[in-house]
Ligand binder design. Sequence first.
Ligand SMILES: [Mn+2]
Length: 414
Amino acid sequence: MYKNRRTHLQQQLNNDYLALFFSGKAPYKIGDEKYYFTPDRSFYWLTGLDKENMILLLGNYQGQDFTYLFIEPYDEVMAKWIGGRMLPKQAQEISGITNIYEINDLWDIIGNLLNRNFSDKEKLNVYFDLNKQEANQITQAIEYVHKFKEYYPNINILNSYPIMAKLRMIKDEDEINKLKQAIHITDLAIQNMMKNSHGNIMENELEAHFDFVLKCNQCEHSFPSIIAGGKNGTILHYSDNNQMVKDGDLVLCDLGASYQYLNADITRTFPVNGKFTDRQKQIYDIVLRGNKYIMNMVKPGLTLRQLNNELIKFYETELKQIGLLDNGKKVSDYYWHGVSHMLGLETHDVTIANYKLEPGNVFTIEPGLYLEEENIGIRIEDNVLVTNDGCINLSKDIIKEPEEIESFMAKYHK
Ligand SMILES: [Mn+2]
């Protein structure tokens, strides 16, 4: 599978090139601690390897493709402290790469390749995955761009990111299956929150009921969970999760399980005591119909921006009918984010500008409405897979009809 992915990439690159991908390194945190390591997702997509400080070198010369992997040497002392690094044999089994060398050999190997093969270095293209980055962060890719320019001033530096993004946006069967599992565990974890919910519960206690199910099922978090009661639900990226959800308030839960690096991203909003008020149900109903309206509209060829514009038009009619647009109020006073983003190995997955949907894309549909004065924040987010003529809702099993939420919670009401 990983070999196939590399082949697909190599078919898209020019002849006579090198292409480098880095697994990355965990940043320093404090004292003798590092931040938790997570692999660069393009590296992972191409190799299936999730260990620090590995480099994938792909290349082509005179019609011949070649593949090298560079990893850290095995260190017996380190093995006793933190467990062994990956052995070349293990790396080969997972990635299917047979040319595996120690990372210190990288420049020797490149030197040999260039002297042996590339007679006219002027034409040599070297691809790096130059995704947008935090402005003040020097990534390994940038470091190596500088080194390459120093050692080989005449080479041509190219960005493989747009090509990788296009490939990664089309999900294969393995990715869809892992994503389904991530969504299934998210479903179970949301149910566990709803079962244990009651008026005046702390947001962090609800969060613990979610986290418990993830841990029991070998899942990580796709991103820091948002558990936002009442007015907190109107803050888009609220993640303090340390307030009481008052009896009678809604709680907005935007969260997801990550299974083998495939990320679910789900939002459900439910009444903390198990029963919607009429007003809450009225607003909830508009968001829910917006969610379905957009889902029915999905087909290849559309852009996510078009979908968002359609949602805004829908809201213009709906909000007007219930008087929310009186006194010069606009839709943007109640809804000000996008309705969708790509989903996959990253929660906000790779994409390119003005991308037109294709079969195999997975993205979110997440309309919301935020009425701060009324302590009502509602968002309903599903994850869909684009097909030839529409989409499949991968999160269809996660309850969202208000009547179903109420009857489900009534069964467990304390
Ligand atoms: Mn989302």
